[in-house]
Design a protein around this ligand. Sequence first.
Ligand code: CP
Length: 360
Amino acid sequence: MRHLIDPLYLSVEETEQILNIADDICENMEKYSNKCDGKILATLFFEPSTRTRLSFESAMMRLGGKVLGFSSASSSSASKGETVADTIRVIGNYVDIVAMRHPNDGAAYRASQYSKKPIINAGDGGHQHPTQTLTDLMTIRRRHGRLDNITIGFCGDLKYGRTVHSLVKALSRYKGNHFVFISPKELEVPRYVIDEYVKKSDCTYEEVTDLSSAMPELDILYMTRVQRERFADIEQYNRLKDSYILSPELLKEAKKEMAILHPLPRVNEITLSVDDDERAKYFEQAGNGVFVRMALILSLLGMGNLDLNAEKDNHDEVVKLDVKCKNRNCITNMEDGTKPVYVKGENGRVRCKFCDEYVD
Ligand code: CP
């Protein structure tokens, strides 16, 4: 049995096969309409969602399967104090596969430790969002016909933007990509993303604060929302929330074939007038979410052309340490009995396996 907690749980080959299946589903939807007859997906959403939850539900229904779940922690027994570990041990008796979103970093990994059924991470705190990555990759590939040698600008809240962390990890495995991280200092991309993945890759990167001067070189502009719900200090959010607002004026210097992506929801970081620009691909991107999630469900259930229904080796080197994780949003600091697991990164630094926070 395989889970999808992080984009790197899929090899490059597996990722591309899922994208190929998603392309085929997009063209031949009817071929897939009975593939999951008799199967049930649970959507366990402890945190709000529109696209991810509903596209998962649409995906399972379009495959002929059924769906159950909840859309907020308040309507589940989490509100009475039930842990993720207990929830997942129970739900595993009811369904064949689980998509789970949770406000704490590492919650999906925690669930996978106890689950008898495949767990798909539908977003864990400000950490990872691997199925958004599949959606993003499908959109980029359809626009540019490749996933390598692309200059991609990530703009906005790169600290809490889990979709950015996951997409950078995935694209770091392709040759020649150049990442331009555009953010205020306070919202820069976490060091583990750069040190563990970008620096180890055949890709290059720069960190800048100005969007307009970066614009002319970009093949993709990936805008993000400043994530109010992750800020401990609301004053800081108010100071930073309008850092970047993409307008037709700013786009004058952009390449004609550039694509503007955004995981959505947007607040004000892309003006409505940009929607009419041929380069605005964020609604198409959201639509692709159904195709990639159909392909993923099929693959994790071993019912498609790609069978992911087999164990995969985990080569992380575990380091024995008896300290609390420094990340106050890590699931290990939230639920009794959840002990941190530490692993050695490729650069020798030790980090929490749940949330990737460095120990030192
Ligand atoms: N992109 C994304 O995760 O959107 P939702 O929060 O609406 O699921």
